[in-house]
Design a protein around this ligand. Structure first.
Ligand code: ADP
Ligand code: MG
Length: 333
């Protein structure tokens, strides 16, 4: 049973960057406006996230790491949203099957914070011979989650990973994406022991500020994009680069209903549009936030495959491609 759970967990959490994405989404779901991340050895030794969200109640601490535990099922209507991501209540459980998890959390109405350790979905004693019960401690409202020794019990998964620097860059990529998309939330990410964070965004910044800060002053030529399609029940907004954007490859940040996803079909269409506008060896920057009726987003896609499918995909992609083309033409005449 433990082995099966571990294999299932490895399907959801492939690498440190998947874990951090899940943890960031949880912090955002908890209403956090400040999210600090600490990483050691590409996230394999340590992955820690601290937020100022609403915290976890003491009485929920026993079960937060159990499979299918979620506080986000509010009504029957939510079921379609749940299906959209297909794995509600599985993230913390999965992480606890492949790492040592410690949670310190405090809700606003609790006098103190509580700390507990988890393994394989269950509370475990912090030290052999001590109690596994959550322990009262000092702390501010919010949650700190620490995952240590990721994949300590899944050697094959560990071997499949790249160099820690590479894993760290994947983590930074995720943090950057969420920092840009959530301009009202301050993010920081750093390696343990280093003074300077590698991502440092302010909760007062705008999306445009964040893009400029993260991608450099070359982000000066950005065009905004905004459109609603009643016919296909979706809308989008974003920022796209006009001419030269000193990038070594195309940078495409795509959010659907506020989750970072990928769509190779949409990416190809956008590349096609840019081909006629950009000189050789220059690459576009595209940030797009799509809101699609959750019922129209494919439910059968596996959670780790960030690749999504949605209803009327060809039409939706064509509308986005046309909007980008129009904007580029407009800006250049
Ligand atoms: P889901 O996000 O799909 O509900 P998770 O396994 O990611 O499932 O999280 C399980 C539950 O743990 C959440 O529903 C939430 O109640 C609680 N939780 C996890 N992280 C946080 C956090 N940072 N702040 C507050 N609650 C959290
Ligand atoms: Mg979650």
């Amino acid at each position: 049973d433990a082995v099966i759970n571990r294999i299932a967990a490895g399907e959801i959490i492939h690498r440190p960057a998947n874990a951090i994405k899940e943890l960031i989404e949880n912090s955002l779901d908890a209403g956090a406006t400040n999210i600090r991340i600490l990483v050691k050895e590409g996230g394999l030794k340590l992955l820690q996230i601290q937020d100022n969200g609403h915290g976890i109640r003491r009485e929920d601490m026993d079960i937060v790491c159990e499979r299918f535990t979620t506080s986000k099922l509010k009504s029957f209507n939510d079921l379609s949203n749940i299906n959209t991501y297909g794995f509600r209540g599985e993230a913390l459980a999965s992480i606890s099957h492949v790492a040592h998890v410690t949670i310190t959390t405090k809700t606003a109405d609790s006098k103190c914070a509580y700390r507990a350790c988890y393994s394989d979905g269950k509370l475990v004693p912090p030290k052999p011979g001590t109690s596994a019960e959550p322990k009262a401690c000092a702390g501010n409202t919010g949650t700190q989650i620490t995952a240590e020794d990721l994949f300590y019990n899944v050697p094959t998964r560990k071997q499949a990973l790249k160099h820690p620097n590479d894993e760290y860059n994947r983590i930074l990529d995720i943090v950057n994406r969420y920092a840009i998309h959530n301009s009202g939330v301050g993010f920081s990410c750093k390696k343990q022991g280093s003074k300077q964070p590698d991502v440092n965004s302010l909760s007062t910044a705008s999306t445009l500020d964040n893009i400029r800060q993260i991608y450099g002053s070359t982000a000066s030529e950005l065009l905004n994009l905004e459109k609603v399609s009643r016919k296909f029940d979706f809308k989008f907004n974003g920022y796209i680069s006009n001419a030269n954007f000193n990038l070594r490859k195309m940078t495409f940040l795509l959010f659907i209903n506020h989750r970072a996803v990928e769509s190779s079909a949409l990416k190809r269409t956008i590349e096609g549009v840019y081909e006629t506008y950009l000189p050789k060896n220059s690459y576009p920057f595209v940030y797009l936030s799509l809101e699609i009726n959750p019922q129209n987003v494919d439910v059968n896609i596996h959670p780790t495959k960030r690749e999504v499918r949605f209803l009327n995909e060809d039409e939706v992609i064509a509308i986005i491609g046309d909007a980008i083309q129009e904007r580029l033409v407009g800006a250049n005449c």
